[in-house]
Design a protein around this ligand. Structure first.
Ligand code: BJ8
Length: 380
């Protein structure tokens, strides 16, 4: 595995460090809105003078409490997120003024109905397709959320406020994408485990400009090291593309392990990878239309049909010189596990081996996953 830098901060450390900042922010009067999904146009929260607090949980700790209200056979991300809210043990949930949910998968949208009993949970009605009618409906939802923020906080959010936030978030997308695209270099200049952990950890830093500065500095450092020490020395280590569900809660037993076994994770088609960052918001369109257009194009499996994800994966295989596709699915996530059929076909069409692992936040299957990853690497 490529060496981690000395100052490397784990996900848990970044989350903990964010607690204090969030508390200080609240005390300074900053608005905080809790979110669960890449489909939520956070530009509107920024334009309201607020911070979007990431609430997707990655720990198995609160799951047993959640199972008092929710079925056992449900995605761990949903159970853990609800469990933290129920047990009042997540500071980010605690500091959120209200929560924004969205009608993505069935599990999340029904869980939000229950979460509303704990703290106000406003739900954006996301259409599941991408035609003109869906775009018009989604634009209306964007406007409805804009109005919700104005009413909730008793403020006016102008077109210019939103445009300013769009420019800032577009800059952030550019910076993050440049960092993730380091994986296109051969040999891989940075561990995929580091890339994923860093980007997730940064979500807990409420200052977007500071997030950009941190990632820009690391990108420059990595490029310099690669130019001086690795350029021209092609690697024989298999290059892996990660796809599927959010992987923060399962990264240690999958991504970290496959790198320790001798592969390089170079590409991420997932919400903590390039998925939300590849398309910027069009700065020339009216703000609500521009936001609706951009967010409707996110390649999540809740969209139907979702061929654009297959096209994207196919291009990534070429651009990142991928040797194997590893799909990580959270247990009981139906949309991703059914769509895995098409992802496998896409990989096969490129003659690239494919492995799907379905797992949850427990450590119980770590040994079995290890064995499957070893066997997978032997097929490459
Ligand atoms: S845009 S990936 S963050 S919905 S919660 S769908 S794992 S069963 S998280 Fe997601 Fe938004 Fe899509 Fe991204 Fe499956 Fe679990 Fe549902 Fe999940």
């Amino acid at each position: 595995m490529i060496q981690l830098p000395e100052n490397f901060e784990t996900y848990a450390e970044a989350r903990k460090a964010g607690f204090l900042r969030m508390k200080q922010l609240k005390e300074s009067g900053r608005k905080v809105v809790g979110i669960f999904c890449s489909f939520v146009p956070t530009e509107l929260i920024e334009a309201a003078g607020g911070t979007a607090a990431p609430l997707c949980a990655t720990s198995e700790e609160p799951i047993s409490a959640a199972e008092a209200d929710l079925p056992k056979n449900l995605c761990p991300l949903i159970k853990a997120s609800y469990g933290f809210a129920l047990t009042d043990t997540c500071p980010y949930f605690y500091f959120s003024d209200f929560i924004v949910g969205e009608t993505t998968c069935d599990g999340k949208k029904k869980m939000f109905e229950l979460m509303d009993n704990i703290k106000e949970t406003y739900v954006m009605q996301l259409p599941a397709r991408r035609d003109e009618a869906a775009l018009d409906a989604w634009e209306k939802e964007v406007v409805r959320f804009w109005k919700k923020l104005e009413d909730f906080y008793g403020i006016t959010i102008t077109e210019e406020d939103v445009k300013k936030a769009i420019r800032l978030k577009n800059r952030e997308r550019e910076v993050m994408l440049r960092f993730l695209e380091l994986g296109k270099l051969n040999p891989a200049p940075i561990s995929g485990y580091e890339m994923g952990t860093r980007l997730d950890g940064l979500g807990f830093n409420p200052d977007i400009e500071e997030r950009c500065r941190i990632i820009e500095a690391r990108t420059e450092e990595v490029i310099k090291d690669w130019e001086e020490n690795y350029r021209g020395k092609l690697s024989k280590r298999p290059r892996i593309l990660i796809t599927g569900c959010p992987n923060s809660g399962i990264r240690e037993k999958t991504i970290k392990v496959i790198e320790e076994l001798g592969a390089d994770v170079v590409a991420f088609d997932c919400c903590n990878g390039t998925r939300e960052k590849v398309e910027k918001v069009d700065e020339t369109l009216p703000a609500a239309r521009a936001l609706a257009k951009k967010y409707l194009n996110i390649n999540c499996s809740v969209m139907s049909p979702n061929e654009t994800r297959m096209d994207y994966i196919s291009n990534m295989i070429d651009e990142y010189q991928v040797d194997g596709v590893l799909e990580l699915i959270l247990c009981a996530c139906h949309t991703y596990s059914i769509e895995a059929y098409n992802v496998k076909k896409t990989a096969m069409a490129k003659n690239v081996p494919y492995l799907m692992i379905e797992t949850d936040y427990s450590k119980a299957d770590s040994g079995q996953i290890n064995t499957r990853l070893e066997a997978f690497l032997e097929t490459i």
